[in-house]
Design a protein around this ligand. Sequence first.
Ligand SMILES: NC(=O)c1ccc[n+]([C@@H]2O[C@H](COP(=O)([O-])OP(=O)(O)OC[C@H]3O[C@@H](n4cnc5c(N)ncnc54)[C@H](O)[C@@H]3O)[C@@H](O)[C@H]2O)c1
Ligand SMILES: [Zn+2]
Length: 426
Amino acid sequence: MDKVSTSFGSPFRRVLLAGLLLHRSLEDSHISRFVPPGSQGAFVVSGFRHGQTVPLRLSSGSASRRFVTTISVPLGSRSYDVCIGPSGVDETVDRIAQGLGETTGVAVLVDSRLGQVSPRVRPLVAALRARLPRVQRWDLPAGETCKNLAAIERTCDWLAEHGYDRGAALVVLGGGAASDHAGFAASIYLRGIAYATCPTTLLAMVDASVGGKTGVDITSGKNLVGAFHQPRAVVADLEFLQTLPAREVAAGLAEVVKAGLIADASLFDRLERHAGSTLPTEVLGQIIEAAVRVKVDVVADDERESGRRAILNFGHTVGHAIEAASGFTLLHGEAVSLGMVAALRLGVLRGVTDPALLGRTTRLLARLGLPVDLDPWLRDDVLDRIEVDKKRVSQAVRFVLVPHPGQAVLAPIEFGDLKEQIRRAL
Ligand SMILES: NC(=O)c1ccc[n+]([C@@H]2O[C@H](COP(=O)([O-])OP(=O)(O)OC[C@H]3O[C@@H](n4cnc5c(N)ncnc54)[C@H](O)[C@@H]3O)[C@@H](O)[C@H]2O)c1
Ligand SMILES: [Zn+2]
């Protein structure tokens, strides 16, 4: 499939090419929608072929179109604010500076791919430099390739070589991988320093940046080494999404669908209303806000994942197994999409889930450009992986089921029964 990447010259040319490709894909893809080049204040939420750049434009200038909101994460002395909006470089820096408080120096960790494609990075680093003490930039390997212990050691060495002390702080610009790396480095460097995040992917905005889980992958599995370490501030500038590939946007939307299903029926309804159409920035902002609120509510209830936080794993028990079985060729959100379909089917089989919800959700996910066909994954090697999920408790898996939009229940299912039940459900 043709790719539209940022190597296609001027923004206008890129938008035009992306538009032409999307227009063409309308003819051969039932999920595509064409967004006219130049549509203002808008965001397309479906209609892509993997690898294409979304031809989205966010509003700028007009105050009435600005969307800025702040959500407090109430965790006692570790409380912090999540700011969502096209807040502009100065506002972003203000919020980071406020969150960090007094520091002796700031290391800005930048996902290197983001650094290459986003025109937002340089001005932001420059503004941080103008505002905060001893600001230096350190580029991380792009995406998941920064999530390993060797990369953490390189970051910690770099911090030490550059004289960052215990009063220093990290600011990370990037997706969930970069923020997991930076949060984990911040949790262990000199036994813990402060950090703030600027999530730049939809998934990082709605999920990874809230909750304080940090960590890296090891040979035995993903996210097996890490720490709980809360950031001092999260500033999600929607402008960053301008350069995010459409496939990554869809993967982020899978977690938004999950948030609606487990805890916010009106978010689920809103997604159904808007899927496949062009979103004004305000609506995108409100959708992100609603998803963040779900995560904040659950995390504030259960910071250390001992109880209610488990509902965030909806779609993840089977999703993780599929993600690993795909050799990580599927994005996390894509695997979660399949995992949610599996969990809903299991719920229907057990008489917990309204059968109509299975149909609604499957249609919604497909319209968002996410995979829903479980047939290729109904294999023993996939089902076997469920049993090694690190979230298992004793001999049972805490399976999250959704009876109706906005409700989640935990159903312990014995390992012995699980494989058979899933097989019957799928
Ligand atoms: N800590 C948590 O609570 C939590 C929750 C969910 C996921 N995660 C972790 O987050 C990671 C996935 O995060 P992700 O989906 O953000 O992926 P990612 O961080 O790997 O980013 C995806 C890709 O997009 C690029 N990118 C980032 N921002 C961009 C932008 N604005 N424009 C263009 N390209 C951009 C990155 O270089 C990368 O190639 C996984 O490692 C997962 O384990 C953590
Ligand atoms: Zn997830």
